[in-house]
Ligand binder design. Sequence first.
Ligand code: AMP
Ligand code: MG
Length: 413
Amino acid sequence: MITVESAVEIILKEIKPLELESVDALSALGRVLGKDIRATRPNPPWDNSAMDGYALKSADIEKASKDLPVKLKVIYDLPAGQVPKGLVGDGEAVRIMTGAPVPVGADAVVMVEKTERGPDGFVLIKEGARRGENVRRSGEDFKKGDIVIPAGSVVRPAEVSMLATVGAPFVLVHKRPRVAVLSTGDELVDINEVPGLGKISNSNGYALSALATDSGAVPINLGIARDTKESLREKLSVAMTCDAIISSGGVSVGDYDFVKDVLKELGSEMIFWKVAMKPGKPLAFGIIGGKPAFGLPGNPISSMVAFEQFVRPALLKMSGRKKIFGALINATLTKDIKIKPGRMNFIRAEVRIDSTGVIATPLEGQGSGVISTMVRANSFVVVPKDSDGFKAGEIVKVQPFDPSVFTKDTPGY
Ligand code: AMP
Ligand code: MG
C-alpha cells in the first residue's frame, strides 16, 4: 500500500495542462488564462472627473470659503461621453459630470454640493481644492503595455471586468478536460429503471459526472460496462478518445474485478492500485495513450473520496490551474473519532463557522455505501495514517468539499 501523499505526487507528475483555445470573455469565467493579458491602452484613458461638479483652476479658488465664495464663469456643460468644447481659462469653470474628460486648463473638480449656481451663468465656489482633487488621472489604474492579468490566472468576475476594460473580446484559455465516466458492474441499472432483486442504481456514474463538472471538466457519461473483459474493453476503447478516464468498480480482488487487467491489456502502464486510505483503498492509476486513467473503487463514498483526493487535483492541473489543493482548515471537534490506525481516514462531517470559530461534527454512518451521510456532510475530517482518532474538543484538520462551509444561517430563511 502506498500513502495518499505519494499517490497524489505520482499522479500529478503524469498530468500536463491541456492546450489552449480561444473563448469569448464571458465564457472564460472559471477558466485559466494561457497567455498574459497586456493593456493596449491606459486606464483611465484620459484624466476624468470623479464627481459631478465644476472643473476649474485650483489657483482661482485657493481662498474660497462658505463666507467668501469665489465667483467663476460657467463656460459650458460637459456630460459623460462628450468631448470638452474648449480650454478652461482664469476665472472660468466647466459644469462637468462624473466620467467626463477634464478639459485642458482645469486641474481640479469641486463637487456640486460645495457650489451654488447663479441665474446669470456664474457659479459660486464655496471651498478650495487641491491640484488634482477629484480628478482620476490617466493611467492611474494601469499603463499601456502593463500585464494586467498574468497567464495562469483563473478568470473570476474581476478578470472579466479587466478583459472588458482593456478590450479583449476573446482570450486564450486552457481547454476543459473531457472526461470519460464509466461505471462497471452486472448489478447496475440506470437512473430511470427500477432495480430488481440484486440490482442497484448506478449512482457513481452520476456522482462522478457531477464531480467532473464541478471541477470544471466536461463529463462524457459512457454508462455501464458489464463485468466481462469484452464489455470493459469495448467501453474503455471509446473512453480513450477523451482527455482522461474515470471508471468505478471492478478494481478490488473479486472474481469479476477486471478493470486493472483490461487497462493493462489496452497498453496502460499500471502505476499502483492500493492506497492507504479509508474509504477508498483499491485504486488503479495508469496512462493509456498518454491519457490518465483512474480506476476508482465501486463503493459510492469510496469513489467520491478518491475523486476528491486524486481526480480533482489532476483535472484542475489539466485545466491549467496552479492552485490545485484546497487548504485544510483547523476545526474543533464536537465528538470523539475512534479508528484503527494504518490508513488515512476521511470522516464525513458537518463543519460550521460560528462566533467561537470552526466546529466539526463527525456524522453517524461512516460506511462506504452510506450516501445519506455524504448528503449531510460538507467536509472531511482528515485523520492521519498513524492516528487512532481524536477526542471531542481537540483541534483537527478538515477538508471542506462544499462552499456551504463558508455560509451562515439566515434567520427566517
Ligand atoms: P466493486 O468494487 O465493483 O466490487 O464494487 C464495490 C461495491 O460498490 C459493490 O457493492 C457495488 O455494487 C458498488 N458499486 C459499484 N459500482 C457502483 C455504481 N456505479 N453505483 C453504485 N454502486 C456501485
Ligand atoms: Mg463490481
